[in-house]
Design a protein around this ligand. Structure first.
Ligand code: GCU
Length: 337
């Protein structure tokens, strides 16, 4: 239903904007994402909009659509592929169903620390091929956004060790790697879009989910789930993807402006992210009375370690990327405590 309304809205918007366009002769750039208007991603995209319009405002009108207005992430990736919209933000998790090279960033405990994660994502010798892997399928990735680390949060059962997950129904993103990970944890994986999670938690269809701290507050999941356990099983980046023909048909000068725009988006989003996570933890703890737990992560790591081996054995092209990531992990090890 939500999807249908989103798609209808999109067509109405396209119709309205093409009328407006006749007078203004500006090309509308539509960017969709699934976060709220307070979220760092939205703030970053507004900075992108401002920069593009400041430099190319006589040609482009950038419009940012938050909160799944244009559909779920999977819908938005498909709209970007066909060129119905120009860009969208997608979690790396769902991109593996478009090209399996994206499996690499979905592996559990891939990064030893936040520093290692950020260095890897900023290293073009790692990301370039991955970002361009889907060009023929209709989209290219242009930059990444921070989505922190993912941990379990639950309604009734406090997760202190992997065994506590046994038999629980846990929502995961629509990614085969995530489903496999939950199998190893002994939980039953319920893949669904982000926008469906709140109702699923509330109605008891699922017992919990896994995500960063912002989902407790910005998406209200902390109203229902009162236990958040820092097992930190994944750091999955969000990725801004753009329609291939739209990107490739720009002039060289325009491409430069857009490249700078992506950098600004990344910088603003990451700066806002640090503040937003602090605020979310504070609000979750003090207003929503969510209990934060710090279980021994090693037991969780050991439980899902076979998945990395399995994925690398099956998808051998990931090995060179994995080796480079391991180098960063050695350089930026986990901090004690
Ligand atoms: C995070 C991430 C989103 C993703 C969501 C999810 O919020 O930033 O891109 O959609 O997790 O779990 O689906």
């Amino acid at each position: 239903m939500k999807k249908k309304i989103g798609i209808m809205l999109l067509f109405i918007m396209i119709a309205l904007s093409s009328c407006a366009n006749k007078q203004e002769k500006k090309e509308i750039i539509r960017i969709g994402h699934n976060q709220s208007q307070n979220h760092p991603t939205h703030l970053g995209l507004l900075a992108f909009e401002e920069y593009i319009e400041k430099n190319l405002g006589d040609k482009y009108d950038v419009q940012v659509f938050p909160s799944e207005l244009l559909g779920s992430q999977t819908d938005m990736v498909q709209l970007t592929q066909t060129g119905a919209i120009n860009y969208c933000v997608a979690s790396n998790a769902i991109l593996e169903t478009f090209d399996d090279i994206y499996e690499i960033f979905n592996l559990p405990y891939l990064f030893s620390s936040t520093e290692s994660y950020h260095h890897v994502m900023n290293d073009k010798s790692i990301t370039s091929d991955i970002y361009n892997s889907t060009a023929d399928a209709g989209f290219r990735a242009v930059t990444w956004l921070d989505a922190g680390s993912r941990s379990f949060y639950t309604k009734d059962v406090k997760i202190e060790k992997p065994e506590d997950l046994k038999g629980l129904k846990i929502r995961v993103q629509q990614s085969p790697t995530n489903v496999e990970m939950m199998k190893l944890f002994g939980a039953s994986a319920s893949p669904m879009g982000f926008g469906e999670v709140y109702t699923a938690l509330q109605s008891g269809i699922i017992d919990g989910a896994e995500n960063n701290e912002m989902s407790l507050t910005d998406n209200g999941h902390g109203e229902v789930c009162k236990y958040y356990s820092y097992d930190m099983h994944q750091m999955v980046p969000d990725i801004l993807i753009g329609n291939t023909s739209f990107i490739d048909n720009m002039s060289e000068e325009e491409k430069k402006v857009f490249e700078k725009g992506y950098e600004i988006l990344n910088e603003v989003q990451m700066k806002e992210w640090v503040k937003a996570v602090e605020n979310a933890k504070d609000k979750a703890q003090n207003d929503l009375k969510v209990e934060f737990n710090y279980p021994d992560q090693q037991a969780f790591k050991d439980t899902v370690a076979p998945l990395t081996k399995k994925v690398l054995d099956k998808n051998k092209k990931l090995i060179p990327y994995y080796e480079k990531i391991e180098e960063y992990n050695k350089k930026y090890p986990a901090k004690e405590g």
